[in-house]
Design a binder for this molecule. Structure first.
Ligand code: RAT
Ligand code: ZN
Length: 414
């Protein structure tokens, strides 16, 4: 029998050495200058940390938002790292990034840390981050209705090949009639009441953007109240526009379900929360559209088990990632264990959701540690049955989880 320590070493090596393909981030290539977030002040003003700071500091929301980014970062550092121990996952993440970059934090002096991130070094940090995170590529979140982003696409800005695209369509699905004006301003004959040529024109809009950005998938985040099918515009646009286009191009539709936007509007982007969602809608959308592929991640811990069960029932459903509030080691561990037990190799355990380039370093370091722990246990359990575990199968499992499962799903004939 292969000893447990040997298996642990094989798993550790395989998980560390496999370059990850990150399926969902909010990162942009260096050429999309206005949208790039990368340095220590960007790390500190991540919305996860804003929410944590405004719990501990008695500064008013208005005063916080009235500060410059540098002042906000200083306030967050002072509150979460100097006046309190930085115990949360988001705080620990910053310390992992600094430590992996060899930056000394012993004096707890933000000024000294900042000197390691001169603006002139931005481009160099892209290569360094991908290398330290051992990441081969990231999928962005691309919203054609964001005027700043759209400008880069329309002007043919060159895109670093490590950055892949995903067509994000939240407003197209969820924001009628308001979105009609924005789509029509771009030259499509759509109306708020979805009359006339609207559905054909929305299809044309989607086709044009598929052609322009060549996405790996189409994506939308949905609230806990989302139901499919429903007697509403979202179902209509899904059925008549999005799913036909996605089917035609073999693009999975990624459903990110369970976010309640703006629970506390004063927190802005940090004000979204989680709610329990309806798994029967996932079953129905997969079953009634068997020629479409779906990816799904759900935000509530309560939904993760039933989502894994749903994936057992629908081969056109790929479960991915521990999203946002689930991206914490304790929850990643229980979720990954449970998914392996129910789905074997056929899921994508994690994505980073990084908004700031350097976050790739900590999000993947922390997730790899958990994945290695769980995978070791699972292979040790196999060895205990008398199965002759080989290094090859360990390596190929790690490769599948970190990089291969998405491609398998794309290539699968349904
Ligand atoms: O994780 C996040 O940063 C969230 O704010 C959201 O962006 C979420 O991941 C999403 O894609 O909607
Ligand atoms: Zn996201």
């Amino acid at each position: 029998m292969v000893p447990a320590a040997t298996i642990a070493q094989w798993v550790k090596n395989a998980v560390e050495q496999t370059a990850v393909h990150d399926l969902h981030t909010h990162l942009f290539p260096p050429s999309f200058k206005k949208l790039v977030l990368w340095d220590i002040d960007d790390l500190l003003t991540y919305h996860y940390l804003i929410a944590e700071t405004l719990r501990l500091s008695d500064i008013s929301y208005e005063a916080y938002w009235g500060m410059t980014k540098a002042q906000q970062a200083q306030h967050i550092w002072q509150t979460l790292f100097v006046e309190n121990p930085p115990l949360s996952e988001a705080c620990r993440g910053i310390l992992t990034v600094l430590s992996k970059l060899g930056i000394d934090t012993s004096t707890r002096d933000l000024g000294a840390i900042r000197r390691h991130f001169p603006a002139s070094e931005m481009q160099r940090f892209f290569d360094r981050t991908f290398q330290v995170a051992n990441c081969s590529g990231v999928v962005m979140t691309n919203d054609p209705l964001d005027p700043v982003e759209r400008e880069y696409w329309q002007s043919g800005t060159e895109v670093d090949p490590r950055f892949k695209t995903a067509l994000r369509i939240d407003r197209i699905l969820l924001d009628w009639p308001a979105v009609a004006k924005d789509v029509s301003d771009l030259g499509y004959r759509v109306s708020g009441d979805i009359s006339g040529q609207t559905t054909a024109e929305v299809r044309r809009f989607l086709e044009d953007w598929v052609k322009r950005i060549k996405p790996l998938y189409v994506a939308c985040s949905l609230s806990p109240t989302w139901r499919y099918p429903d007697d509403n515009v979202t179902t209509r646009i899904l059925d008549q526009c999005v799913l036909p286009v996605a089917r035609e191009h073999n693009l999975p539709m990624a459903l990110m379900v369970g976010v309640t936007r703006g629970t506390n509007p004063q927190l802005r982007l940090a004000g979204d929360a989680v709610g329990k969602s309806d798994i029967t809608s996932i079953h129905r959308i997969c079953a009634t559209n068997p020629r479409n592929k779906f990816m799904c991640t759900m935000l509530a811990r309560e939904n993760t088990h039933e989502l894994a069960v749903a994936a057992r029932k629908h081969r056109n459903l790929l479960v991915f990632g521990c999203w946002w509030f689930l991206n914490n080691p304790s929850l990643i561990e229980e979720t990954t264990r449970m998914r392996i037990e129910l789905l074997g190799p056929s899921f994508v355990p994690q994505h980073s959701d990084a908004r700031v380039l350097l976050q790739l370093i900590y999000k993947w370091d922390h997730s790899r540690t958990v994945l290695a722990k769980v995978l070791t246990d699972k292979f040790v359990d196999l060895a205990a049955t008398g199965w002759n575990v080989t290094q090859n199968e360990v390596t190929s499992a790690a490769k599948g989880y970190l990089a291969g499962q998405f491609q398998r799903f794309i290539d699968m004939k349904i």
